[in-house]
Design a protein around this ligand. Structure first.
Ligand code: SF4
Length: 347
């Protein structure tokens, strides 16, 4: 963990304690902001471009700068993840980022990398800003999942330049059925050697709008794949917290707490979560109501059965660590191991 990640950890811990002391049981920890859903790719596993094709993309709807800021301030989370769609297609993305950073919130901008070099002309390096480049493996594997040749080369060119220009850079990798673990290990090693801050990883969610459901992992398959992909003996430097990685490996239980990551789109807040939108609402409080969560989560809604997404499960593990000495011990142990891995450069 580097010093910025450490600072962010302290901010998150303070945010959780502050809300707990105020008597709040449910509150956002990360705001997921989707200023537009338009994309310059059509990845095989993407639910968004299919779900929002008629209602947002064809109608060219996008959030204004002010709407983005209102959502961020309403959720009041210290971390904002900007996704979509491809956020760099938004004509005012630089202003959106600059004004959120001015509030001293940590911004992670998720991009497929095609416009990364243009984005760097508009968005300057900051301790509060990190590019998150979507890469699902080495060149052939990644270009297969994004369904276009040349994407890996372009994204990697942008990523290298971003590192050289002093930006913070992470990667985000989605695992699908049939993902080649050897290729993943080669990729994780390659990307770590380049000096990225960390790698995030998750399983593809079986969006109903994606026609080929065979590409998504069932829960048991997911555990088997993550046990191999996250082989601790390889000492890769993952950005996800160590408790969540243990959950992905099937070594600990997790409870969905998706209200911690509310998602704002041009249609409003997705209800209930980043992955499922049975409704959209302008009232964030609706996402925090206990009665809503009697209907969603593993064992309650069949669509949740194979969900292991960080947006549902990871923040709950951070919160548990902040209220239980045993969980905190496990978290610190994992963080120290990650820090040692990063310092040794053996990831
Ligand atoms: S388990 Fe939680 S995060 Fe996953 S789809 Fe269900 S409600 Fe959403």
């Amino acid at each position: 963990m580097n010093s910025v990640a450490f600072d962010m950890g302290i901010r998150l811990a303070w945010h959780v304690w502050k809300n707990r002391l105020a008597g709040r049981q449910r509150f956002p920890i990360v705001t997921m902001l989707e200023p537009l859903e338009t994309c310059n790719l059509a990845c095989k596993g993407c639910g968004r471009i299919r779900e929002y094709h008629e209602t947002v993309i064809l109608k060219k709807k996008m959030l204004s700068v002010e709407q983005c800021l209102e959502a961020v301030e309403e959720a009041d989370a210290p971390v904002v993840s900007i996704a979509g769609g491809e956020p760099l297609l938004h004509p005012q993305i630089d202003e959106i980022v600059a004004r959120i950073i001015a509030q001293k919130r940590f911004v992670f901008l998720c991009t497929n990398g095609l416009l990364l070099e243009q984005g760097m002309q508009k968005i300057k390096p900051s301790k509060y800003f990190c590019w998150v480049v979507h890469l699902d493996g080495m060149v052939e594997v990644h270009d297969y999942w994004v369904d276009r040749k040349g994407v890996w080369d372009k994204a990697m060119k942008g990523l290298r330049r971003a590192l050289a220009d002093g930006y913070r850079v992470c990667t985000n990798t989605t695992i699908f059925k049939g993902s080649d673990v050897n290729d993943l290990h080669q990729f994780f090693q390659y990307i770590t050697d380049l000096g990225v801050e960390g790698m995030m990883i998750s399983a593809g969610f079986p969006y109903l709008d994606v026609p080929d459901h065979d590409i998504f992992l069932e829960r048991d398959e997911s555990i088997q794949t993550f046990r191999k992909a996250l082989d601790p003996s390889r000492h890769f430097n993952f950005y996800n917290n160590p408790l969540y990685l243990e959950f992905l490996r099937g070594n600990r239980q997790g409870t969905c707490q998706a209200w911690t990551n509310p998602t704002y789109t041009p249609l409003g807040w997705r209800k209930p979560c980043y992955l499922i939108a049975d409704e959209h609402t302008d009232n964030l409080e609706e996402l925090l109501e206990p009665s809503l969560w009697e209907r969603y989560g593993v064992g309650r809604d069949p669509r949740c059965a194979s969900c292991t997404m960080h947006s549902g499960f990871e923040p709950g593990m951070v919160q548990a660590a902040l209220t239980s000495p045993t969980e905190m011990g496990a978290l610190l142990k994992g963080l120290i191991r990650n820090r040692r891995n990063g310092r040794n450069g053996t990831n």
